[in-house]
Design a protein around this ligand. Structure first.
Ligand code: PGA
Length: 242
């Protein structure tokens, strides 16, 4: 694993944007796996800024997002569909029909089967990942099988608490209790993985990842088995790395 410790969130996000843009420029019809949450926000800002300045084209890029909350419609203010539209898709020339986020509505089994089929037919050239403070990747919570594919995932209390700040009035009760997420196998199928973690809240989980013991109590540790991973942290999240 290649490890980059950047000074802060801004610098880290600039370096992450360089990695993404290298793929987009080298392979204009690449397939990307995308993430939501606070971690990639600045990265997406950088990508939008690049589009404004340099018009790097995304018109043949395809994207598959990691996850979505069960029960939220695509236009719900906290849905990951809306997050992606607001923070990236509406600012670049990616085609609507080339972007994919699992549906929060409909029969979950059916949604998972269809999404998984699309993932199998469209291998990701680059997967972008954040890390939950409990070690989750996508919404694959601690205990998830490493060979899991797209599935319905009840959320742990720690994830609901972590994400409540994104909901109106920090309302824990408003946070959906389940998600549809790519499985760990789907994530590991990507040719290249860019994983990011920022802030003191992520110190412990970054250390678990670096220590190298692979355990599904910290799903992110499976990345130690992938041949092409770049980890970008800021100095706070990387404080326990020797
Ligand atoms: P965060 O979440 O970016 O909001 O910290 C990361 C994650 O849950 O993957």
């Amino acid at each position: 694993m290649k490890i980059i410790i950047a000074k802060n969130y801004e610098e880290a996000s600039k370096q992450a944007a360089e990695i993404v843009l290298e793929v987009v420029k080298k392979k204009p019809d690449a397939t990307l796996g995308l993430a939501t949450g606070t971690t990639p926000l600045k990265l997406y800002e950088e990508l939008c800024e690049d589009y404004q300045k340099n018009q790097t084209s995304w018109k043949d890029i395809k994207s598959y997002n990691l996850d979505e909350y069960v029960g939220l419609a695509p236009d719900h203010p906290q849905s990951y569909h809306k997050f992606m539209n607001d923070h990236l898709f509406s600012h670049i020339d990616i085609k609507d029909e080339n972007t994919h986020v699992p549906s929060g509505l409909g029969d979950p089994e059916d949604v998972c089967d269809k999404y998984n089929k699309m993932l199998e037919e469209n291998p990701r050239d680059l997967q972008i990942l954040g890390i939950g403070s409990n070690g989750h990747i996508g919404f694959n919570e601690p205990g998830t099988d490493f060979d899991s594919v797209t599935h319905l995932m009840p959320l742990k209390e720690s994830t609901i608490l972590d994400n409540a700040h994104l909901f109106f009035n920090d309302d824990i009760d408003a946070v959906p209790k389940a998600s549809i997420t790519m499985g760990i196998k789907n994530i590991m199928d990507a040719k290249e993985i860019l994983v990011m973690a920022f802030g003191t809240r992520k110190q412990k989980v970054v250390k678990k990842l670096i220590d190298g013991e692979i355990t599904n109590e910290y799903p992110v540790t499976i990345l130690n088995k992938h041949p092409n991973v770049t980890l970008i942290v800021d100095e706070e999240a990387g404080a326990l790395i020797k």
